[in-house]
Design a protein around this ligand. Structure first.
Ligand SMILES: [Zn+2]
Length: 175
């Protein structure tokens, strides 16, 4: 009660003095939404959704959502018998392939999916050989089942979308 009275008094003084009292709210910009079209991903549609979900659980500045009718997707996903690969045209835009060559060799499909989405989100390949790194891709052992970005990878994606960093068109191949 006393605190409330003091607060009211302070407010009154500030108001009298012509000082604007602004409530401090943290800056919470809406995340950038990217729509992806998995309709041509053949037997990998579910794993494409899984890769998108992994990123949605890991970052806050961008969301990957299935494209809805009448909308142009930012990202298209295909499947073929080659290596997985991404053709990114700019940050958040491009297309990628779920390649059966890697899947048939035993690489973990959700890791491939999250990795290729990672390229669209502005991450390059980093062939560290470490399973803990999502962007180490095929340099980690085939037995690696980690499909989550590490803290640095997630932070980089958040920062890419916070500043809408410019990313030139690039092609990334799993191997
Ligand atoms: Zn890659």
């Amino acid at each position: 009660m006393l605190l409330r009275k003091i607060a009211a008094a302070v407010f009154a003084v500030l108001a009298l003095g012509g000082v604007q009292v602004v409530t401090a709210t943290p800056a919470t910009a809406a995340p950038r939404v990217l729509y992806y079209d998995a309709s041509q991903a053949q037997e990998f549609k579910a794993v494409v959704d899984q890769g998108a979900q992994i990123w949605n659980n890991s970052v806050t500045n961008v969301r990957l959502l299935p494209v809805t009718a009448g909308r142009t997707p930012n990202i298209r996903i295909y499947a073929d018998n080659g290596w997985p690969r991404t053709y990114s045209s700019s940050l958040g835009n491009g297309y990628w392939y779920m390649g059966r060559q890697a899947v048939n060799q035993g690489y973990h499909p959700p890791r491939i999916s999250a990795h290729e989405f990672g390229h669209i989100l502005g991450l390059p390949d980093r062939r560290t050989g470490l399973c803990a790194d999502l962007m180490s891709g095929s340099s980690a052992p085939v037995s690696c089942t980690n499909a989550n970005p590490n803290a640095t990878e997630a932070r980089t994606v958040n920062s890419n979308f916070a500043s809408a960093v410019a990313v030139p068109p690039q092609v990334f191949a799993w191997r």
